[in-house]
Design a protein around this ligand. Structure first.
Ligand SMILES: NC(=O)c1ccc[n+]([C@@H]2O[C@H](COP(=O)([O-])OP(=O)(O)OC[C@H]3O[C@@H](n4cnc5c(N)ncnc54)[C@H](O)[C@@H]3O)[C@@H](O)[C@H]2O)c1
Length: 286
């Protein structure tokens, strides 16, 4: 594999998980955040995840130590110059992503591959804004990254076939199962998952069943690990609302339209687990 050094930009929820799995696979990994406090916070999150794993007997202490040794933080884009692959996991905002790739393009070596972890933006549009559209893919990881096996590998009509092959073997090398998809909003998983989640809200809104019965029906009837309303609370209602709007904008199909109840809950600040309240109440739980 030609990918020997990885850069990760953004050490938030997803970026810290991505940096961790790359470093854990033995790849020197350089992670960039906007300031030192956020670098420290991101690296601290990774250390805590690994420390907890060691305490529970799920991660060997030696693996934790090697992983942390492979990880470096920086605030400078220039430091990513010699990375073979740079994975972007910053805020879901096209202008911010364009600006980042423009600054990276000035410093990266010509054969560096760029990947975006975007959930809903156009990979083609991001790629077209760079000097290397053929060496640009989407790498859509799932949360929590260290535990979820899937990565959607998104190619555009201009992605070089050799780049796609390279990125898929990288995904396998970091312990993930790659699934190839074209650059369509929602890729495979969200294209199927989002209408399902929205329909569960519509069902609750229409008084068809209670939240518990909707969740239990899908758990016990379909063997899903959790029901749709519990899952929505995990994903975040604000995030789901945002993605639904982008998908509706793209496809103009009613099944992607966010139901009024979702909008009202977001406006009321009921964003799910992270805000202490979503379809369920988490205010008493730690
Ligand atoms: N949260 C999810 O479940 C999920 C799943 C798959 C994909 N994604 C995608 O991953 C990306 C990141 O999402 P997240 O949930 O980790 O967000 P987050 O808000 O937790 O983290 C984003 C981080 O990027 C940093 N950042 C912003 N601009 C930066 C820049 N120019 N350089 C370096 N760092 C910068 C921020 O300081 C923040 O720490 C988004 O594109 C999102 O759509 C999210």
């Amino acid at each position: 594999m030609a990918i020997r050094k990885v850069g990760v930009v953004g050490l938030g929820l997803m970026g810290s998980g991505i940096a961790q799995v790359c470093a854990q696979a033995g790849l020197p990994t350089l992670a960039r955040e906007v300031d030192q406090a956020l670098v420290d916070k991101g690296l601290g999150r990774i250390k805590k995840f690994l420390d907890d794993g060691v305490a529970k007997g799920k991660v060997e202490a030696a693996v934790r130590d090697t992983t942390l040794k492979n990880l470096t933080g920086t605030t400078k884009v220039e430091d990513l110059a010699d990375c073979d692959l740079v994975i972007e996991a910053i805020v879901e905002n096209l202008d911010a992503k364009h600006a980042l790739f423009a600054s990276l393009d000035k410093v990266s070596k010509p054969d560096t591959i760029y990947a975006s972890n975007t959930s809903s933006l156009s990979v083609t549009e991001m790629a077209a804004g760079t000097q290397r559209p053929g060496r640009f893919v989407g790498l859509h990881f799932f949360n929590p990254v260290p535990l979820m096996k899937l990565v959607e590998v998104v190619s555009t009509i201009v992605t070089e076939p050799a780049v796609l092959t390279e990125v898929k073997s990288f995904a396998a090398a970091i312990g993930k199962t790659p699934v190839s998809t074209g650059d369509t909003t929602g890729f495979v998983v969200n294209r199927l998952l989002v209408p399902y989640l929205l329909d569960a809200i519509r069902m609750l809104e229409g008084g068809v069943a209670t939240r518990e019965d909707i969740d239990n029906a899908m758990k016990l009837g379909c063997g899903y690990p959790m029901g749709p309303l519990t899952l929505l609370d995990f994903v975040g209602l604000d995030t789901t609302y945002y993605i639904a709007n982008i998908m509706f904008d793209e496809f103009k199909e009613p099944n992607f339209a966010p139901p009024p109840l979702l909008k009202r809950m977001v406006l009321a600040g009921h964003h799910g687990r992270k805000s202490g309240r979503g379809f369920y109440d988490y205010s008493q739980k730690s």
